[in-house]
Write a protein that binds this ligand. Structure first.
Ligand SMILES: NC(=O)c1ccc[n+]([C@@H]2O[C@H](COP(=O)([O-])OP(=O)(O)OC[C@H]3O[C@@H](n4cnc5c(N)ncnc54)[C@H](O)[C@@H]3O)[C@@H](O)[C@H]2O)c1
Length: 347
């Protein structure tokens, strides 16, 4: 089979991660790079692939089979729409857009152009989460009752030397918690409403350093989710799932999902259930599933190739990206208003 030719738009931190994974996979080939900076041009030259400052120029010149949009958030929708209008499927980094209205425009462009969008919520591609979703779908937990996610970690002081990271929107809710919200949406289901509180108490910046939210899922389950980038703590997915080599791995759990017939912790995939009588007086049995480890960024690109060829529907669609963004922005809105914020779609 011929390798799938992918163009990269935006050769920054995550863009270079995608390049690395493309180069490791014989079924993928880097078709070119669009990035206006000298660094982007130099990277393309060092890899011997076409380069353009403007993504439209690259798309028209090299006609890739798919494009990865790894530019700053505000440009995701216009750049991805340019891809879709050329019939080129797009893998769009998270958050899918800056606002729900902008994300809606991408959902409409996807339908108008009949060309698929995959949103880069890479955790969905981790075999741990695929197995967790299968266990839930098999009914091993019964009816879902509650879910808890912890995203507690410590960012170094130097991280905040960049001005936008001290300002509203540059904090752990939109940058980090969005991954946990998408993971809970993937495993538990759509979120109906959000209540939340946030705190700026540790650093005193405009941006929050901590937030806690209560989620009401459409299936009746409830969730709690806590994020802080000012906590000396091991309890977050990035530390315990082993996805990122830049973080030392911790043998702890960060996500907990409970149902009427069983409960599951993640990432260890321990499943707790009653063999006989279902009662808090009876013995609980712990079963352990161990999955093969796989790099979710590599899996995501393989899935993108399947989406391009029509072998698979996007595991995280533009609409999924919109709904995850909507619930994440609702955390901010609810923290300010003190009211529950609805996450149902208009129209
Ligand atoms: N899924 C993940 O794990 C993950 C991790 C990090 C970042 N991200 C997301 O990826 C996106 C990029 O983040 P980053 O940390 O790589 O940022 P970055 O600043 O390191 O890189 C962005 C790159 O885009 C280029 N760029 C800007 N405008 C452009 C345009 N119009 N056309 C072409 N190139 C353009 C810049 O020159 C820069 O090289 C963000 O949306 C971020 O939220 C996702």
């Amino acid at each position: 089979m011929e390798p799938t030719r992918l163009a990269l738009v935006g050769a920054g931190v995550i863009g270079r991660t995608h390049i690395d994974r493309i180069q490791r996979d014989p079924q993928l080939r880097l078709a070119g790079i669009a990035d206006p900076t000298p660094g982007g041009q130099a990277l393309a030259a060092s890899l011997g692939v076409p380069w353009a400052a403007d993504h439209r120029r690259l798309l028209d010149d090299v006609r890739p089979q798919g494009a990865i949009v790894a530019t700053p958030n505000a440009t995701h929708v216009p750049v991805a729409t340019d891809c879709l209008e050329r019939g080129i499927p797009a893998l769009v980094e998270k958050p899918v857009a800056d606002s729900v209205a902008d994300a809606q425009r991408l959902v409409e462009a996807e339908a108008r152009c009949q060309t698929p969008v995959l949103v880069g919520h890479h955790r969905r591609h981790n075999p741990i989460n695929r197995r967790a979703k299968a266990l839930i779908a098999e009914g091993r937990l019964g009816r879902l009752v509650a879910a808890t996610a912890l995203a507690l970690f410590l960012k170094p002081d130097a991280y905040f030397d960049v001005a936008w990271r001290r300002q509203a929107g540059g904090g752990p809710v939109l940058i980090n918690l969005i991954h946990d919200i998408d993971m809970l949406r993937f495993l538990v289901g759509d979120i109906e409403s959000v209540q939340a509180a946030d705190s700026h108490a540790v650093r005193g910046f405009e941006v929050e350093d901590s937030a806690a939210a209560v989620l009401r899922f459409a299936n009746g389950a409830l969730g709690t989710i806590t994020v802080s980038d000012a906590a000396a703590s091991p309890w977050c997915w990035d530390f315990c799932a082993g996805e990122q080599v830049q973080y030392p791995r911790q043998e702890v759990q960060s996500h907990f999902i409970a149902g009427t017939h069983g409960s599951l912790s993640l990432p260890d995939l321990a499943l707790w259930h009653y063999r006989g009588e279902r009662s808090w007086h009876a013995e609980l049995t712990r079963e352990q599933t161990t999955v093969h480890q796989a790099d979710p960024y590599a899996r995501q690109l393989q899935h993108f190739a399947d989406v391009i060829s029509g072998r698979a529907a996007p595991l995280c669609s533009a609409l999924d990206g919109l709904r995850t963004l909507q619930a994440t922005l609702a955390v901010h809105e609810a923290a300010v208003s003190g009211q529950a914020v609805s996450c149902t779609l208009a129209g």
